[in-house]
Design a protein around this ligand. Structure first.
Ligand SMILES: Cc1ncc(COP(=O)(O)O)c(C=O)c1O
Length: 392
């Protein structure tokens, strides 16, 4: 058996490595506090599960979904939600495309828009899927930095002209994984201006749009006039309603771009289970995530306040499940994550895994299984204080 050479382009899957370290620690019988993968630990709300039961009893959902962009009711539900949530009108016949989770859409987008030799503009740090699929499609990722001094928003107009000429797509993601940063409408306006001037298509990953704390409501890039001509935006039920295992999301925006993405999809997958899509559409307009967000907020406050007592100077993230932590002097992201794991049994993710500018940070996720009210985050802070050398 000979593997395709393109597999050699893939750096080791970040979470795969973390999973191995975690498995080894558990095999040694250690009591880990897992602040690794951002996967909601709370169950999907019961009313959503009830709806799935109802829809899944309809035998018409058991067959291939032969619709073009997704079941009509699902597309209508998304349009209704989008109007209410963002004040943006979407045409459900051509401006919404069902996805099997936003990861699937982000990955297939590279195949729809990148030819060998093309450049994809990729944030550094970023969710790893966008860079890897650019490489698999034969493209060249150009990583532009997200810097703390600029609130982790990029300076798009600083990207060199010769790079921009070869670029076909620009990946953005706000609220951002891994930094927890949020974008302003002014930034989205700049991004749309950039796309208009350069012809680059924006792929905006908005998977954490509903993971805002307090009164924070993330904007959609689609709120910017003309965005539908130059952008598509990816949404997901995963993080909103603790539905990561369900695999359902959608993309909205440029009909032409969605058609291109759907051409790849139509030749690769056969859509989500229709009962799940119908349930997702219902959930957007009827379910709530206040309880899950209240627990995450409690955890965020315990973790950030605790770390700040130990010498950090962190701002509380306004959205996402992540605390993006600069490593103390004397450490790299890898050595600090290792120290946390080996000395304090606290699992975090080294920032380097998200791109070169992630070095100097580790990511801690608030989705801690077993935590009821922040007590495991309190314990994590205690363990760090007691066991990990911090020289400020
Ligand atoms: C930034 C970002 N985008 C997209 C996804 C994928 O989410 P899903 O495929 O479950 O919709 C994730 C998952 O962790 C993520 O962090």
């Amino acid at each position: 058996m000979q593997r395709a050479k393109r597999l050699g382009l893939i750096p080791p899957y970040l979470f795969g490595e973390i999973a191995k370290m975690k498995a080894a620690a558990i095999a040694e019988g250690r009591d880990l506090i897992d602040l690794g993968i951002g996967d909601p630990d709370q169950p999907t709300p019961a009313n959503i599960i009830d709806k799935l039961t109802e829809f899944s009893h309809d035998p018409s959902t058991h067959r291939y979904d032969e619709s073009n962009m997704g079941p009509t009711e699902f597309l209508a539900d998304v349009a209704k939600w989008f109007q209410g949530r963002f004040g943006v009108t979407l045409d459900p016949t051509c401006e919404i495309l069902e996805l099997i989770g936003s990861k699937e859409g982000l990955a297939h987008a590279a195949w729809a828009f990148i030819d060998p030799g093309d450049v994809a503009l990729v944030p550094d740090p970023a969710y790893t899927v966008v860079k890897v699929n650019t490489l698999l499609a034969g493209g060249t990722p150009y990583e532009f930095p997200l810097l703390a001094e600029n609130n982790f928003l990029p300076d798009l107009f600083a990207i060199p002209g010769d790079v921009v000429k070869k670029a076909k797509i620009l990946y953005l993601n706000y609220p951002n994984n891994p930094t927890g940063a949020v974008a302003t409408r002014e930034f989205f306006q700049q991004a749309v201006n950039f796309a208009r001037e350069t012809g680059v298509l924006i792929l905006h990953d908005c998977a954490y749009s509903e993971a805002g704390f307090d009164d924070y409501k993330a904007p959609s890039i689609m709120e910017i006039e003309g965005a539908k001509d130059v952008a598509i935006e990816f949404h997901s039920l995963s993080k909103t309603f603790n539905m990561t295992g369900w695999r359902i999301g959608f993309a909205v925006g440029s009909p032409e771009a969605l058609r291109a993405l759907n051409t790849i999809k139509g030749n690769v997958d056969s859509k989500a289970f229709a009962a799940i899509a119908l349930t997702a559409g219902w959930a957007l307009n009827h379910a709530r995530n206040d309880d899950a967000m209240a627990l995450l907020k409690r955890r965020r406050d315990v973790l950030v306040d605790g770390l700040n007592r130990l010498g950090w100077n962190l701002k509380k993230p306004e959205a996402t499940f992540y605390v993006w932590l600069p490593v103390p002097p004397g450490y790299t992201s890898a050595t600090f994550a290792k120290a946390l794991l080996e000395k304090a049994d606290v699992l975090s993710i080294p920032g380097l895994g998200y791109g070169p500018h992630g070095d100097g940070y580790v990511r801690m996720s608030l989705t801690v299984s077993g935590d009821k009210n922040g007590e495991m985050l309190e314990e994590a802070v205690r363990r760090i204080e007691k066991n990990v050398e911090l020289k400020w």
